[in-house]
Write a protein that binds this ligand. Structure first.
Ligand SMILES: C[S@@+](CC[C@H](N)C(=O)[O-])C[C@H]1O[C@@H](n2cnc3c(N)ncnc32)[C@H](O)[C@@H]1O
Length: 352
């Protein structure tokens, strides 16, 4: 337990320097779990740089800190008194002092009255702890209520939403920006008013690569057999439904890239000439395509000096290791391969 300089007793967790933040931050376990990772907070703060911004559900301040570094003045509202104390301390730890903290329900008259006209209202709302399927209307505070309550302060709003939601599940006139971090889908941010730049967009961090949707919807040809190379796109591109545009960009660079639906969860791009793009997270050389016959695959892998296999297939979890063990049986080589399975065909790929 920890007593701060205001005399408030905390169940304190001091987090060492590690992935989410570069400096130690104070939080309870829920606060840190839902806090925005520093690299994402920095990216978003740069995109939302303005004079005055209100972060109306600030939690432990993970995002607020970086708004304060980019904006002249930040107003931070939080309903939970413990979390707002953590937010104050975390802002202090990061050396920012241009934040006015308000502990209140962001939708209450008291809180709204304390916020002046601002350039941008941002909210990263709480999500229900248990929910079978994420629903954009179940966030707290709810997006339509925030817009109704604050539309006399600004028309430029940004909200964080659950990234599992596909673009058509967002029934608002806004930009849906899917962000992946280190190759994994991490955030969805919705931008309203003048902040909207396109219907959908995809960003990949740490590179900062970005794709925006065009008005026109194109469908580029799908193939069933891979070429000599295969590529895994960033998940933010897939979630934002921007694969066509990624392929078009890659084709403009001079390589004939096609796409292959592997299974419900996986998509590969493929070409005969090796190419690169910052929205590609993994590159492979296609070694062989064959029937999904574990014995034959094992014989092939022994011949080509393979040591281990990562099976990238839509198999039942209970079947994953039995199949993988059969494929890897007796391998003594040095190479590591990934096997994608499409329509009962195994596509054996080596990372390049
Ligand atoms: C996902 S967390 C915010 C995390 C924060 N962006 C960060 O990086 O640390 C959502 C926060 O919204 C707060 N909240 C929920 N309803 C609220 C309301 N009506 N007014 C103000 N805050 C609210 C919750 O207490 C919670 O701390």
């Amino acid at each position: 337990m920890y007593l701060n300089d205001l005399g408030i007793l905390y169940n304190q967790i001091i987090l060492p320097r590690k992935k989410k933040f570069n400096q130690p931050v104070r939080s309870d376990s829920a606060g840190i779990r839902f806090a925005t990772p520093e690299i994402v907070a920095q990216y978003r703060a740069r995109r939302l740089k303005c004079r005055k911004l209100a972060d109306i559900s600030c939690g432990i301040g993970g995002q607020t800190i970086f708004f304060a570094k980019e904006c002249e003045m930040v107003y931070a509202i939080e309903i939970d008194p413990k979390k707002i104390e953590y937010a104050k301390e975390n802002c202090r730890q990061y050396g920012v002092d241009n934040v006015e903290f308000i502990c209140a329900d962001a939708l209450s008259k008291d809180a709204i009255d304390q916020i002046p006209e601002v350039d941008i209202i941002f909210s990263d709302p709480a999500r229900p702890a248990t929910e079978d399927k994420r629903n954009i209307m179940n966030l707290e505070p709810a997006i339509p209520n925030v817009i109704a309550a604050y539309s006399h302060k600004t028309h430029d709003f940004a909200f964080e939403a659950p990234p599992q939601l596909t673009p058509e599940k967002i029934p608002f006139d806004c930009e849906r920006e899917y962000l992946s971090l280190d190759g994994k889908l991490n955030r969805l941010t919705l931008y309203f008013g003048n902040l909207k730049r396109s219907d959908r967009s995809a960003v990949a961090l740490p590179t900062g690569a970005r794709i925006n949707s065009d008005e026109k919807k194109i469908r580029l040809p799908e193939v069933n057999e891979p070429g000599s190379y295969a590529y895994e796109p960033e998940p933010s591109v897939i979630k934002a439904d921007l694969l066509d545009q990624l392929i078009e960009e890659m084709q403009k660079q001079g390589t004939d890239v096609k796409w292959m639906d592997i299974d419900k969860k996986r998509i590969l791009l493929t070409s005969d000439i090796h190419t690169q793009h910052p929205m590609i997270k993994n590159h492979y050389i296609v070694m062989h395509t064959t029937d999904m016959d574990t014995k034959n695959i094992n014989t092939f892998l022994k011949k080509y000096d393979v040591e281990s296999v990562i099976l990238r297939a839509g198999v039942e979890p209970a079947n994953y290791w039995p199949i993988r063990n059969e494929i890897e049986n007796g391998l003594t080589g040095t190479r590591k391969v990934h096997i994608f399975v499409k329509d009962n065909k195994a596509i054996i790929c080596e990372p390049v």
